[in-house]
Design a protein around this ligand. Sequence first.
Ligand code: SAH
Length: 369
Amino acid sequence: MLLDNYAGMGYNKNSIRERREYPMSELIQKLKTTQNLTDSELKHLLETDAYDAELRLAADEVRRIHYGTDVYIRGLIEFTNYCKNDCFYCGIRRSNRCAERYRLTKEEVLECCEEGYALGFRTFVLQGGEDPYFTDERICEIVSEIRNTYPDCAITLSVGEKPYESYVSYYNAGANRYLLRHETATAEHYSRLHPSELTFENRRRCLFDLKKIGFQVGAGFMVGSPFQTTENIIADLRFLQDLQPDMIGIGPFLSHKDTPFCAFPNGELSLVLRLLGILRLMFPKVLLPATTALGTMHPQGRELGLQTGANVVMPNLSPLSVRKKYMLYDNKISTGDESAQSVASLTMSARSAGYEIVTDRGDAKTREK
Ligand code: SAH
């Protein structure tokens, strides 16, 4: 698929030919070979579109070295939208009285897995709000049942901030991976996105605990969240260098009409893509999803992401009846290609962007060091 709007930036699949036509600037060359830049170089790179085309080509080259054209798929099961937290950006925050709440039963979660397994998924991601109904005991019960039924699959949890002992119990029950975006690594910025009971310090503690326990860990942040500065983004990159996660999930901030941030503008596509490219060069082997938020903001957002270093997509496996209720931001897509039932059409669109959907577990190559 030739992506017209982005054709000028070199977005098509004949990248090898293009590579010869664009000599690489010193800045991108340095980022590619040393996997690092100074703060002022990063600031320069983040604030101009001048390098976007070559960044895309360099990112694609590096992803092909480590992952070829492989795109891993994860089946996302959004099993509860109850949440005790009140994050200012999030549509399922507890103060949103307009959100229609739901939780899936263990049986329903297992049905999602069954359907997903038949569709070729070998990773199940259980994501939800921080719902007190799902005690550690209930979470462990679900995890161990999935573990016993699908010993060949990876189980990923994304259920927020918990004490160390809870994480240990999930791990012992059979979960292998955990997604917890750090959201922003600047404490002051963190406090502008969250109520005072939530702190960056605890978020950071959780991520390092998870790593220590042995989980493959995913961190990440929203691009263009309210009050975000270039310096905040640089701090995010530095935090990620410190944490060395296996996956980095980024996507645009998208406003939700029933949240305190309803009037803030959405993040920008070009900055999300620029950051995907930078992340691929800084973390050559990391798993980098083309997120649902990216697919929501632009009809070809996900394909553009894949062409800029991303190598994971997470189609929705939740029952159709609840999909519209897990509304983190306005217009969140859930029934098109991003739905797990559309693996065939997802395969076609990935292929037309130059990549192949694969169905193995897709463990991070960061683990092979
Ligand atoms: N309770 C879990 C899952 C949260 S939802 C947890 O705390 O990890 C998953 C991610 O969606 C969040 O980490 C956040 O980065 C993203 N998200 C939430 N609201 C958003 C919005 N308005 N725009 C873009 N992304 C959003």
